[in-house]
Each structure stands twice: as structure tokens, then as C-alpha cells.
Write a new protein. Structure first.
Length: 115
């Protein structure tokens, strides 16, 4: 969703907090966090891929034009935490709470509008 240019910037970023598709069997949280936890040695290839994916998420949100760029470092961990809590608590739509926090922050006013 982050790379879809037919969707406004704000909505692409807020999609980080959307629940998984209805066809998903269960809430599993973030597969990259799961992989890093299973392979905790940072030299392990699996851990390395998980790390790169997490860094990519921050880059993609930053590239959406949020200023200052540190906002991406706030939004992505918020989404990670929401995904983890959704899995642990078994609440598929837990991300809505994090989305509300993101919407109420000063962040939406600091993103370059697109579309």
C-alpha cells in the first residue's frame, strides 16, 4: 500500500494500521519481528532480511514526504506495536487504536499532499 501512487499519501501511511484482510486465518503480528525473534543473531541471514525490511518500512514512510523525517521513526514502531498487540491479544482490529493516535498527532499536517 505504501507504494501505491493512486492513493493519497496520508491514507497510504495510515494503512499501516489497517487490520489484515478478512481472508486471513488469524492475526500473526509482523512476520519480520517473528523471524528476528526466531533468529536473534544479527549475523544470521534471516535476521538480516528482517532488519532490512524494517529499515525499508521507515524509508518508504519517509519517502512519502513527512517532515521531519523523524515522524517515520515514530509511525512505523507504532504500527509494529499495534501488530504485536493484535497478535497477543487476539484482536484483529487492534490497529485502529494506533491509527487514532497517528491521526490525532500533528503528523497529518506535516506530510506533503499527493494526488
Amino acid at each position: 500500500m505504501l507504494v501505491r501512487e493512486d492513493v493519497p499519501t496520508r491514507e497510504r501511511t495510515l494503512a499501516l494500521f489497517d487490520p489484515p484482510p478478512a481472508c486471513a486465518d488469524s492475526v500473526r503480528g509482523c512476520p519480520f519481528i517473528d523471524a528476528a525473534a526466531e533468529f536473534p543473531d544479527p549475523r544470521n541471514a534471516v535476521h538480516s532480511v528482517a532488519r532490512e525490511q524494517k529499515l525499508l518500512m521507515v524509508r518508504l514512510v519517509t519517502e512519502l514526504g513527512c517532515e521531519p523525517a523523524v515522524l517515520a521513526e515514530r509511525l512505523v514502531p507504532l504500527a509494529d506495536g499495534a501488530a504485536s498487540r493484535a497478535m497477543v491479544l487476539g484482536e484483529v482490529d487492534y490497529g485502529r487504536r494506533a491509527r487514532t493516535a497517528a491521526e490525532r498527532s500533528s503528523w497529518p499536517m506535516r506530510c506533503r499532499p499527493t494526488i
